[in-house]
Design a protein around this ligand. Sequence first.
Ligand code: SER
Length: 326
Amino acid sequence: MQPTILVTGANGQLGSVLIPALRGRYGSERVIASDIRSVPNYRGRFELIDATDADRLTQVVREQNVTQIYHLAAILSASGEQQPIRTWNINMSAFLNVLEVSRQEGIDKVFYPSSIAVFGEGAELDHTPNDSVLDPLTSYGISKAAGENWAQYYFAKYGLDVRSIRYPGVIGHQSDPGGGTTDYAVEIFHAAVQGKPFSCFLQADERLPMIFMDDAIRATLELMEAPKENIRIRTSYNLAGASFSPEEVTAAIRQYYPDFDVSYVPDYRQEIAAKWPNSIDDSAARGDWGWQPEYDLKKMAKTMIEALQKRYNRETPLLGNNQFAA
Ligand code: SER
């Protein structure tokens, strides 16, 4: 039987692209987008949901006969540091609501996005293993690490089929990121294609794990469709795409725009990034459910630049509105 899927945070960077992918796969009528903000003239099923409101979540799940939830709504790392306690409260209460409503209403599967932000000083910086010590140093990272443990708890205690990926920074042209430490790596492409200089808030050599949007979406669908017995990690899976630093992505962009002007003015986000991995060991995802990324930096740069050139020529619209989602 086809699932009926509810996506929270559907207007965010990832949700805006995941929704069309899910609709393509399962049928438009089977996928309900939800967000704390509505979008004027939204095409398709949409419900206004603040995921911190458990009653509203329950109401939609019941009324729409939801069988799967993809819970993307969260405040990200950089914006989270402006209001750490509020970030913890919102991120945790929203996810605990999703878990509890899922248990009570007999939801079949839950997707929970975790992040490279769960890692801190205790983890190796290079090829960070899946089972590293998690000692995150942002409110967002603390909430994601705690959420991973709650995911495992609901699986172990109630058999709730919660599946999770630790996303690297997601690089896409279809939607804009908001409030993340890895956002520079999207913004830099926009500047280059518009012929503007770029001021980078990270150091030139601050290498971080990144992934191209198409790979991130495909990983999500592959994880959620994998046989249940293959999902041996019930906290969250490390996922690798391509790791690079600002100077490396700049070099890739200069293959197309040789005069692209980049300066470096590191701010508080540099301190966040410095504690995150340089690269990720995703052998568990590869072994358990066959993960294989398709985009390296070169392919990512080519695809981003070609797509953004079309966007700025007004051939393609921007998806979503962002601010409040993973
Ligand atoms: N891209 C996210 C951030 O920078 C990491 O999960 O906050």
